[in-house]
Each structure stands twice: as structure tokens, then as C-alpha cells.
Design a protein around this ligand. Structure first.
Ligand code: MLT
Length: 314
């Protein structure tokens, strides 16, 4: 029997797959605390996590039986890949499964800040009826700059093009033909993307290369009155710099789903003072459709990996 520990909430369709496999013993503990996890991890052959559980060297050190880490999602920035690979532990994830959820949330944040929808909602709740106050802007005709034209970035591009935007993208790993296929102009430098965009949206993974990639220099280069959206990872942005530029009046709107520290601390929360900011608590993948796809995929991947069948590593 293989013992599998699930430490985050995943959809029941994935749990059913694990439960119905005769070789799997499932332990579902989506609210497990870190200290308890450290105590029990040595009993398990596989762990399935989302972004709540960091799979650190400290955890892996104690995980004497562990063969597989299943990341129910795409980002593996909360997994110490190097420490896992040193121990021969396979890390698998579910690229593509929550793409639409993340792309649609991005578009929702764009419209929220373009139309100040969250502020209009709040004003209605206060009993006001103030139509003059809520003049907005249209996505139609805007230059949308996408940083990272992978799965999510491509779906955002398709949706923005359907809305009438001119879409440009910066992604040094994507061939020009992909841009051509999507009708997206791939630009050669981050600087060009940033200088030309009315809306800048991030869709790259958090890696050593992208950590802090959007900092003072980049905010300085953005157009005054830019809309800035981050539904990728907080660590890609220097949040202190974002706060300083927010104070200087750089942005027309900010949409954030992710933060350098989650839940965000007071230092990050300073940015929330900005009036036209649309916020969500890392819910890009939180749709029933995406979560079903993610859970099915990760359950199958982990079972296959435990049984020594072919799986693609993260
Ligand atoms: C992802 O990396 O796909 C998401 O952040 C997953 C999640 O919601 O935990």
C-alpha cells in the first residue's frame, strides 16, 4: 500500500480517484498545521499540496519514505525542487488544468479596475446613487502588455483580443510563431513592453530569474495612469516599490490576486490604501471547473508516479 497525504483542499473527484485505488491509503488533512505535518510526514509515500503548504528542505528531510510530491496546480515555487531531486523525490504538477480559471480572474480584475466596479458596489451598499463618480475606461482599444505568454498568458491574450485590445507580450522562451498564431506581437524586451502598455499583466512563474523582476526601474518606465494586474505570483513584484509608486500617483488601477507573503502582512497591506485597487485572496484557480480538472489530474499523476509509470516531472 502507498500512503498519500493531502494537505490542502482539493476537489472530491480527485479524492475519489485516490480512495478507489486499491493500492492507495488516503489521508485527507486539508487544515493540517505545520508542526503536525513535520511530525507525521515520515509515514507517507506521497504528499499532495496546493500553495498553502511549503514543501521545504526541513519537511523533506523528515520525509524518509516520500517518493512523490504532487502539486495540485501549476506553480511549484513552494516546493524546494533541488532538495527533492537530491533525495530522488519526483515532483509532479498539473499544468493547464486551471488555466481558464486564472485567465478569467485576470480579466475580472481588469474590468473591475477599468470600471471601478468594486467601488460602485461599495457606494451602492452605502445607500448612494452616484452615476457621475463612476466614469471608467474600456478594454477596447487599450494596449495590453502580457509578461509571460504560456498557458494562462495565452488565454488572457485571446480574451483581450476578443474585447478589442491590442495585445503585446514579452516572453523570451516563446517562439514568434506562437505570437503570430495568437495575433499577439511579441516584443524583444521587457522595457519595450512596459513602455508601450496601458495595462500590464503578469503571467510568468516565480523563479530565481523572475523574483523581483518588476521593481522601481520597471514602475518608473510604465506610462503614468497604467493599470497593473498581478494574478501570477507576488514575489515577481517588489511590493515596496509598488507602494512608493502608488503614493506617487503612478497607477490608474491595480488588481492583485497574489502577494509576496500570503496572507499579506501589514507592509503589503499598505498598498490596499490605494482607492482603485481590486483584491482577491489567491483564488485564480478557485473555480469548480478548474479544481475538478486539477484534482483529477494530480490524483492520476501521483498514482502513476507511485506505481512507477511514466509521468512528466514538474
Ligand atoms: C497554481 O499555481 O496553479 C495555483 O496557485 C494553485 C493554487 O490555487 O493553489
Amino acid at each position: 500500500m502507498f500512503k498519500v497525504l493531502v494537505t490542502d483542499h482539493i476537489s472530491s473527484v480527485g479524492l475519489d480517484i485516490l480512495n478507489n485505488d486499491e493500492e492507495i491509503e488516503l489521508d485527507y488533512q486539508p487544515e493540517i498545521q505545520w508542526s503536525e505535518l513535520l511530525e507525521i510526514i515520515s509515514d507517507y509515500d506521497a504528499i499532495i499540496t496546493r500553495s498553502r503548504t511549503p514543501v521545504t528542505e526541513e519537511l523533506l528531510e523528515r520525509a524518509k519514505r516520500l517518493k512523490v510530491v504532487g502539486r495540485a496546480g501549476v506553480g511549484v515555487d513552494n516546493v524546494d525542487l533541488e532538495a527533492a531531486s537530491r533525495r530522488g523525490i519526483l515532483v509532479v504538477n498539473t499544468p493547464g488544468a486551471n488555466t481558464v480559471g486564472a485567465a478569467e480572474l485576470t480579466i475580472a480584475h481588469m474590468y473591475a479596475v477599468l470600471r471601478k466596479l468594486h467601488l460602485a458596489h461599495e457606494s451602492m451598499l452605502q445607500g448612494e446613487w452616484n452615476r457621475k463618480k463612476f466614469m471608467g475606461e474600456e478594454l477596447d482599444g487599450k494596449v495590453v502588455g502580457i509578461i509571460g505568454l504560456g498557458n494562462v498568458g495565452s488565454q488572457v491574450a485571446i480574451r483581450c483580443k476578443a474585447a478589442g485590445s491590442k495585445v503585446i507580450a514579452y516572453d523570451p522562451y516563446i517562439p514568434r510563431e506562437k505570437g503570430d498564431r495568437l495575433g499577439v506581437e511579441l516584443v524583444d524586451t521587457l522595457e519595450e513592453l512596459i513602455r508601450r502598455s496601458d495595462i500590464v499583466t503578469l503571467h510568468c512563474p516565480l523563479t530565481e530569474e523572475t523574483r523581483g523582476m518588476i521593481g522601481r526601474k520597471e514602475f518608473e518606465m510604465m506610462k503614468d495612469g497604467v493599470y497593473f494586474i498581478n494574478c501570477a505570483r507576488g514575489g515577481i513584484v517588489d511590493e515596496d516599490a509598488m507602494y512608493d509608486f502608488m503614493k506617487k500617483g503612478k497607477f490608474a488601477g491595480i488588481g492583485l490576486d497574489v502577494y509576496g507573503k500570503e496572507p499579506p502582512d501589514d507592509r503589503i497591506r499598505r498598498i490596499f490604501e490605494f482607492p482603485n485597487i481590486s483584491l482577491s485572496p489567491h483564488i485564480g484557480a478557485n473555480t469548480y471547473e478548474s479544481q475538478d480538472k486539477v484534482a483529477i489530474k494530480i490524483a492520476k499523476q501521483v498514482i502513476a508516479a507511485l506505481k512507477g509509470q511514466f509521468v512528466e516531472a514538474a
